[in-house]
Design a protein around this ligand. Structure first.
Ligand code: ADP
Ligand code: MG
Length: 666
C-alpha cells in the first residue's frame, strides 16, 4: 500500500515538461533512467526493509553509487515522510548540502525550498509546512537540538559521509545514540564510503540482553544492520612521479597540459588544497591554454571549493560540450561529497587543508598536510566512473607505500573543542569527559576549552553554563569568543558595528587575491586601513560598500570579493535578528572606535599578546602561554608595517596615503 515505483512513473509524465526545460538539459525520462542505473537502485527493497526492522542501518557504498541522492527519495516514496514527518540527511560540507538538495529537487521535479529543502548556517531554504526531505549540515542539526532535544519532527535521520569523521558528525552520532533510547521509532541511517563503518557499527552495537526484549516488544532491532552496496567502478591506472615534485601547484598545471596534449578526450579532476592555490592554478591553466599552440580552445577550466557562487557551481555539473575538455580544480570536496560525471583523469597533489590544534600552545592552524592512503584511494576512484581512467599521483610510489598514513585522524582529535563543549553543555550534558565519544578527545584540549569558557564567564565554578551569559553565548551560532564580543557590545553601545565585524569574520575572506598582484591588493587595503587593525578596517570596507550602493564594480576596483560581501549582508541580518531575540539593543556608536575595541577585547582577550622588543621580524608572545606568534600575512597591520618599515602605532594614515598617492574611498 506504500507508493513506490509505479507512482514514480505516473509522476514522470507530469514532470517531463518542467525537467526537460531545465538548464542541465536532461529530460525527466533521462533522469529516471539515470536513477535506475545507480548501484543503490538494486538495493532499494533491501534498504527499506532494513530501515523498517532496525533502529540503525549502516550503508557502505562507493562514492557515486547514489547513497545521498537516492536513499532519501526511497524513504519518501515508502511513506517515511507521511503525517508531517521529515526525513533528514546531513553532510559535513555546506556546498555539498546545497548541491545535493538542488539535485534531488530536480530529480523529484519540485521547487527547491518546498518539498525538498536545505539548511546551512545563516541560510534556511525550507518551508516548515511543506518540506519533507531536508538536507542540512551536521552542525545545523546539532543546533536544532537546542530547541528540540529529541529531534521529534524527524522520522529518519541519515548521517551521511560518516567516514569523514568531522567534529560535528562525531558529536552527532554520540547524541543520536542517546536520542534513540528515548525514541524507539526514530530510524538512523549512517552512510559511509569506506569501512570506517565497522567502528561505527561497534559503537552503536548493544549487548545480547536486549535481544529478547526486542522480540517481546516487537521493537526494531537495536544492533545495527550493515549493508554494502557494490559499486561498479572501472579500473584506474595509477601513475606516480619518479622524483618528488618541488612545487605541487606547478606540477599539477603541467600534468593537466600533458594529459590534454597526449590523452584521448575525457574530463580532468585536479585535487589541490584551498581557494588560494585553486584560483592560482585556474589562472595559470587559463594563461597556459591561451598561449598554447594546439588545442588552445579545448579546455574549460573550473574551480570547485566552498563559498563558490551558485552560478559557478552549476557549471561544474553541466555536461561538457562536444570537443571540449573540462578541467575541475577542487578541494577534497570532490573526494567523496560530490560526484562529477565524465571524469576520466585525476591529478592528485597528495595534500589537503586540514585543521590542526595544539592544546599546549593553544593554537589552531589550517595547514596544508599530506593526505592518507584512504583518501588517495578515494581520489583515484573518481577517475573510473564512466570508463577506465588514469590517476596521476604527484608523489612517489615509495612515499605512498611507506610514508602515507593509512587513515586520517578524526577531526575530534585535532580541533579546538571550545564550540563543541559549549554545545554539549547547552544540551544538558555536563559530564563531558564521561560522554559516549566515538573517539575520545585529547584531555589537554578539553581542559583548554573549559579554561577558555570559564574565563569568558560562560561556565561557572562547577563547569555549568552560566545564566544568562552562558546560555546566550550558546544560542549564537558563532564561535564563543565572537558571541561574547556581540554580548559585550550591548553594554558598550556598539552592537551594529560588532555585528558587522562578526558577519565579516564568518566569511572566508572579503579580499580578492589574484596571483601576481599583491601590490595592488595592498594598495586597495590601504584605502580602508585603520591603525587600530583589521576589525576597524572591516568597518571601513563595509561603510564604503554601502556608500557605493552595494556596487559590484566598486568591489572589483577595490579588490573586494562581491559575493563575500553579499553573504556578509545576509549574515548580518540574521545576526541582528538573533541579537534582538536575546534582548540586545541594536545601536551604533558612530565614530567612537574605542568602544568597538573594548568589545573586541571582551571576546578575544585570551588571544592577547605582547610585542617582543628586540625580536626579528615582529615576533609577539601570547600573554597566556608565552607562545611565539606573528601577525598574519593578510593583516592590514602588516601591510602598514611593510610600507613604513617601522612601528605601526605612530603612523599618520592620512599623510601616508598622501605620500603614496592613494585616494581615500571611505
Ligand atoms: P553517493 O552519495 O553514493 O556518493 P550521489 O547520490 O551523490 O552518490 O550521486 C549519485 C549520482 O547523482 C552521481 O551520478 C552524481 O553525478 C549525480 N549527482 C549528484 N549531485 C548532482 C548534481 N548537483 N547535479 C548533477 N548530478 C548530480
Ligand atoms: Mg554522498
Amino acid at each position: 500500500e506504500r507508493p513506490c515505483i509505479l507512482d514514480d512513473e505516473e509522476g514522470g509524465i507530469l514532470f517531463f515538461a518542467t525537467a526537460s526545460s531545465s538548464s542541465s538539459g536532461y529530460g525527466y525520462k533521462s533522469i529516471e533512467k539515470q536513477r535506475q542505473r545507480l548501484p543503490v537502485y538494486k538495493y532499494r527493497t533491501a534498504i527499506l526493509y532494513l530501515v523498517e526492522t532496525h533502529a540503525t542501518t549502516i550503508i557502505v557504498g562507493e562514492t557515486g553509487s547514489g547513497k545521498t541522492t537516492q536513499i532519501p527519495q526511497f524513504l519518501k516514496e515508502a511513506g517515511w515522510a507521511d503525517g508531517g514527518r521529515v526525513i533528514a540527511c546531513t553532510q559535513p560540507r555546506r556546498l555539498a548540502v546545497q548541491a545535493v538538495a538542488s539535485r534531488v529537487a530536480e530529480e523529484m521535479g519540485v521547487k527547491l525550498g518546498e518539498e525538498v529543502g536545505y539548511t546551512i548556517r545563516f541560510e534556511d531554504v525550507t518551508n516548515p509546512d511543506a518540506t519533507r526531505v531536508k538536507f542540512l549540515t551536521d552542525g545545523v542539526l546539532l543546533r536544532e537540538m537546542m530547541d528540540d532535544p529529541l529531534l521529534t519532527k524527524y522520522s529518519v535521520i541519515m548521517v551521511d559521509e560518516a567516514h569523514e569523521r568531522s567534529l560535528s558528525t562525531d558529536i552527532l552520532l554520540g547524541l543520536l545514540k542517546k536520542i534513540q533510547r528515548c525514541r524507539p521509532e526514530l530510524r538512523l541511517i549512517i552512510s559511509s564510503a569506506t569501512i570506517e563503518a565497522k567502528k561505527i557499527s561497534a559503537f552503536f552495537g548493544t549487548r545480547k540482553r536486549h535481544q529478547k526484549k526486542e522480540i517481546e516488544e516487537q521493537r526494531p532491532k537495536l544492533d545495527p544492520a550493515i549493508l554494502s552496496v557494490e559499486g561498479r567502478g572501472y579500473n584506474v591506472e595509477i601513475h606516480y612521479v619518479r622524483e618528488p615534485v618541488p612545487d605541487y601547484l606547478q606540477a599539477s598545471v603541467s600534468t593537466v597540459m600533458l594529459i590534454h596534449d597526449q590523452e584521448p578526450m575525457g574530463d580532468i579532476l585536479v585535487f589541490l588544497t584551498g581557494q588560494d592555490d585553486i584560483d592560482a592554478a585556474v589562472q595559470l591553466l587559463t594563461e597556459e591554454a591561451q598561449s598554447h599552440r594546439r588545442n588552445s580552445s579545448g579546455l574549460i577550466v573550473l574551480p570547485l571549493y566552498s563559498g563558490l557562487p551558485r552560478s559557478e557551481q552549476d557549471l561544474i555539473f553541466s555536461p561538457t560540450p562536444r570537443n571540449k575538455r573540462k578541467v575541475v580544480i577542487s578541494t577534497n570536496i570532490a573526494e567523496t561529497s560530490l560526484t562529477l560525471e565524465g571524469i576520466v583523469y585525476v591529478v592528485d597533489s597528495g595534500f589537503s587543508k586540514q585543521r590542526f590544534y595544539n592544546p599546549i600552545s593553544d593554537l589552531e592552524n589550517l595547514i596544508v598536510a599530506p593526505i592518507s592512503k584512504a583518501s588517495a584511494r578515494q581520489r583515484a576512484g573518481r577517475a573510473g566512473r564512466v570508463r577506465p581512467g588514469k590517476c596521476y599521483r604527484l608523489y612517489t610510489e615509495d612515499y605512498f607505500l611507506n610514508e602515507m598514513s593509512n587513515e586520517g585522524v578524526p577531526e575530534m582529535q585535532r580541533s579546538n573543542l571550545v564550540s563543541s563543549v559549549i554545545q554539549l553543555k547547552a544540551l544538558g550534558i555536563d559530564n563531558i569527559l564521561g560522554f559516549d565519544w566515538l573517539a575520545s578527545p585529547l584531555p589537554e584540549a578539553m581542559i583548554r576549552a573549559l579554561e577558555v569558557l570559564y574565563s569568558l564567564g560562560v561556565i561557572d565554578d562547577d563547569a555549568k553554563l552560566t545564566s544568562p551569559v552562558g546560555f546566550q553565548v550558546a544560542e549564537i551560532p558563532l564561535e564563543p569568543m565572537i558571541s561574547k564580543m556581540i554580548l559585550s557590545s550591548n553594554q558598550l553601545g556598539c552592537s551594529e558595528e560588532i555585528i558587522t565585524i562578526s558577519a565579516i569574520l564568518s566569511v572566508q575572506s572579503i579580499w580578492v587575491s589574484v596571483r601576481g598582484s599583491q601590490k595592488d591588493l595592498d594598495e586597495a587595503k590601504l584605502r580602508f586601513a585603520a591603525a587600530e587593525g583589521d576589525h576597524v578596517t572591516y568597518l571601513n570596507v563595509y561603510k564604503g560598500f554601502l556608500q557605493s550602493g552595494k556596487s559590484s564594480q566598486w568591489c572589483h576596483r577595490n579588490f573586494i570579493n562581491y559575493h563575500a560581501m553579499k553573504k556578509v549582508m545576509e549574515t548580518r541580518e540574521q545576526l541582528r535578528r538573533i541579537s534582538l531575540r536575546l534582548g540586545i539593543v541594536l545601536k551604533s556608536c558612530d565614530r567612537d572606535m574605542e568602544v568597538v575595541r573594548k568589545a573586541v577585547t571582551a571576546g578575544f582577550f585570551a588571544n592577547a599578546c605582547r610585542l617582543e622588543p628586540y625580536s626579528e621580524g615582529g615576533m609577539y608572545k601570547t600573554v597566556r602561554s608565552s607562545q611565539a606568534v606573528y601577525i598574519h600575512p593578510s593583516s592590514v597591520l602588516l601591510v602598514l608595517r611593510n610600507l613604513t618599515s617601522d612601528c605601526i602605532q605612530f603612523i599618520n594614515l592620512e599623510s601616508l596615503r598622501e605620500y603614496l598617492g592613494i585616494d581615500r574611498t571611505s
